[in-house]
Design a protein around this ligand. Structure first.
Ligand SMILES: NC(=O)c1ccc[n+]([C@@H]2O[C@H](COP(=O)([O-])OP(=O)(O)OC[C@H]3O[C@@H](n4cnc5c(N)ncnc54)[C@H](OP(=O)(O)O)[C@@H]3O)[C@@H](O)[C@H]2O)c1
Length: 316
């Protein structure tokens, strides 16, 4: 039996990379083996990946030599950056550049770059429908990822540009879950009007990435997008209500109000939702549920995800 092809996974103890490591290691064919990169080999999350049979290695995106070691001999690489750890698009660009450089030096046959749109293609800085942030961005955590696509393509790394969607897990971990409003009712608050928001179980992003690796180089050099479902705020509120056994309403607010909510990154996310709202057809078309299911037959709907996870949603 040929030895398994190694896929180096950045962010392996996190949401996207973790899903990929579990998908690789749970594949009974054993065709691939995950090399999970972490800054700390001793954490419970790192140990759990090792228990699945993944090779768990030490690496930090700020330390190029550690990336070279992590990429050496790998067939594939999954590259994701860590915007919410530092809120800096410049740092995110540097992270992506370091990963693309390591992938080129190692000669990986197939990289997947977890990216998002550079929204300035649709909303140039001169467009005042939303404020320019940090001097030269409209949606900093989108724009930097989109700008970084060129690092991979210019380096000649055969790369699939994987456009991800809003994690439904944000209702658990990112403070976006239902909150009690002044009228005592639980509400989710999003500035999406009546438009549809492509969403996905974070675990499914990694599973889709594995499906893409399994297709060989068919999708290298291509741009793809993944989502579990495209749902309006009202549809998500209704589904949350059914899963929680309590009424949940949708509180649609203008993006300008969302930008002013005061939590770190509110302006970035307000612009992000406005982009998803104003360019809804473009945004949804770039994230096909059918494609996602074709590479990941286990793809979850929102109701399926809620059936397994609703009890983890903190309610105030
Ligand atoms: N939330 C959403 O809805 C959403 C949707 C689409 C895209 N995104 C994007 O997803 C990205 C984050 O991915 P995620 O959610 O999978 O991450 P995550 O769950 O927050 O985990 C990130 C992982 O990255 C690792 N990491 C952090 N800094 C590192 C460094 N300097 N060097 C090496 N590893 C480092 C950490 O591992 P160790 O601590 O083990 O080293 C951590 O487990 C963000 O850029 C965000 O914009 C988010």
């Amino acid at each position: 039996m040929p030895s398994p092809k190694i896929i180096t996974v950045l962010g392996a103890t996190g949401a996207q990379g973790g899903g990929l490591v579990r998908a690789i290691q749970n594949d009974p064919s054993g065709a691939f083996r995950a090399r999970a990169v972490t800054r700390d080999l001793g954490t419970d999350k790192a140990r759990a990946l090792a228990a699945l049979g993944a090779e768990v290695v030490s690496g930090d995106v700020d330390d190029p030599a550690s990336l070279d070691r992590a990429f050496a001999g790998a067939h594939g690489a999954f590259c994701v950056t860590f915007f919410w750890a530092h809120f800096s698009p410049e740092k995110e660009l540097a992270e992506a550049r370091a990963m693309a450089t390591a992938a080129r030096k190692a000669g990986v046959r197939h990289a997947i770059w977890s990216t998002l749109e550079d929204t300035r293609r649709w909303v140039p800085l001169t467009d005042n429908r939303m404020p320019t942030l940090m001097g030269k961005y409209k949606v900093p955590h989108f724009d930097a990822k989109g700008e970084a696509n060129a690092f991979f393509t210019d380096a000649g790394v055969p790369t699939t540009l994987l456009h991800t969607s809003f994690y439904w897990d944000n209702f658990i971990h990112f403070g976006m879950g239902p909150r009690k409003g002044p009228d005592g009712r639980l509400a989710i608050t999003l500035p999406m009007g009546a438009k549809k928001l492509p969403g996905i179980a974070a675990e499914d992003i990694g599973r889709c990435a594995y499906g893409i690796f399994q297709q060989g180089d068919v999708l290298a050099g291509k741009s793809v997008g993944v989502a579990g479902e495209h749902l309006t705020g009202a549809e998500m509120a209704a589904a949350l209500g059914r899963a929680l056994g309590r009424e949940v309403v949708y509180n649609a607010i203008p993006p300008s109000v969302y930008r002013g909510l005061g939590f770190p990154g509110a302006d970035d996310l307000g612009n992000m939702f406005q982009f998803k709202h104003d360019f809804n057809d473009v945004f949804c078309q770039a994230r096909s549920v059918e494609f996602s299911r074709s590479v990941n037959p286990q793809l979850q709907s929102f109701a399926t995800w809620l059936a397994a996870n609703a009890k983890r949603i903190p309610l105030e």
